[in-house]
Design a binder for this molecule. Structure first.
Ligand code: CA
Length: 370
């Protein structure tokens, strides 16, 4: 399962641009590490090509708070890893929803999510009152990203951002900036450049924050003077909640609803473009889409289609669905997070009613589809 997960998330990162997440890298890591170990000495650089040096100078000036010399020092310590480039280049064959979902909506991840929520109840409650974000969404994000902190990635972040910032032209602009942000963040946090590990895209900690996000949205939620998203659950939970708060999450507002499309040709054009609400419930009704009666015509939404084994299911995403896609652009990701969040807070009594059916290997039902 983890290999599949790695493949899919690798694909997403490769095709969607960056993801904050990447449970992605960990499983392939062990073997790449062994492969690369022997090359370590020959990867060490003694000088910086003039073009890169000029870029480092500009990055230092743009980032502020770090010197050209500090970036040069970090650059010289970083190693190019082919495994990182390979991970980014995995063929962009996106998985259909029904397969993607099976990675995340499984009993183990659901049960561990319930435990994570229960064990950290006081923190989640404080985060909910401070940031007005539903605890189950924060728990589900951390569950999807890193299995509640169990898989935070094994690539040196310095190597990941150097490799993608200086040896991966199609995303170099973004990743070279994150390289500089990382060096700045490490300085702020008192980290050694080469001691921090994360995904192959350089995402860090339980919620897999990229360096800029870490600087911008991470919070010291246990008030000990450090923003530690790696070891401190309060900081990790508070930071994800703060991210959602800052991106406009509305506590308790609807996220998504299943709808029925009678005439797909009429709505095809609404499926293009970004994930922002681009229509209203009323407009969709005029186009023959059946939306549950509870949603008023004026409510803004975006229509999505998700591939099932038999065809397509249609859902509308509301504002909060869009907010989840600010964490990761993929609608599949957002739907998986939402489904997992709903499973996590489902009352155990609901499980009992499923006992008459064999539970193992069966997709669990999800509340928003009822
Ligand atoms: Ca802290």
């Amino acid at each position: 399962m983890n290999r599949l997960s790695a493949l899919i998330l690798g694909t997403l990162i490769g095709t969607m641009g960056f993801g904050l997440q990447a449970e992605a890298a960990q499983n392939t890591h062990a073997h790449h590490h062994v492969q690369n170990h022997g090359n370590r000495a020959q990867n060490i650089k003694s000088k910086i090509p003039p073009k890169d040096d000029a870029l480092l100078k500009k990055l230092a000036a743009d980032a502020g708070g770090i010197t050209h010399e500090e970036l040069r020092s970090a650059y010289l310590q970083a190693e190019k890893k082919q495994s990182i480039i390979d991970a980014m280049n995995r063929p962009g064959e996106a998985k259909p929803w029904y397969k993607y979902r099976q990675i995340f909506i499984v009993p183990k991840r659901i049960n561990e999510g319930r435990k994570f929520l229960k064990d950290n109840r006081a923190i989640f409650d404080r985060a909910a009152s401070t940031y007005q974000v539903n605890p189950e969404i924060v728990a589900a994000i951390i569950g999807v990203e890193t299995y509640y902190g169990a898989n935070m990635g094994n690539y040196r972040v310095l190597d990941a951002l150097y490799t993608l910032g200086f040896h991966y032209p199609k995303r170099a602009e973004y990743f070279s900036k994150e390289f500089a942000n990382y060096v700045k963040l490490a300085k702020q946090q008192g980290w050694k450049h080469n001691e921090i590990k994360g995904s192959y895209a350089g995402a860090m900690g339980m919620g897999q924050f990229m360096p800029w996000s870490y600087m911008r949205w991470a919070v010291d939620f246990n008030n000990d003077g450090h923003k530690d998203l790696f070891h401190n659950k309060a900081d990790a939970i508070g930071s994800v909640a703060n991210y959602f708060h800052e991106h406009g999450w509305i506590y308790g507002a609807p996220v998504t609803a299943k709808v029925k499309v009678e005439r797909p040709e009429k709505i095809e054009s609404l499926l293009a473009g970004d994930t922002k609400p681009n229509t209203t419930v009323g407009e969709l009704r005029k186009l023959g889409v059946t939306v549950p009666a509870v949603y008023e015509n004026k409510v803004r939404c975006r229509l999505f289609k998700f591939q099932t084994e038999k065809g397509w299911d249609y859902y509308i995403g509301f504002h909060n669905f869009y907010v989840i896609t600010r964490y990761n652009k993929s609608p599949l990701y957002a739907m998986a997070v939402y489904d997992l969040s709903q499973e996590i807070i489902k009352k155990p009594a609901a499980e009992n009613s499923h006992h008459k059916k064999p539970a193992h290997g069966k997709p669990v039902s999800h509340s928003h589809k009822k």
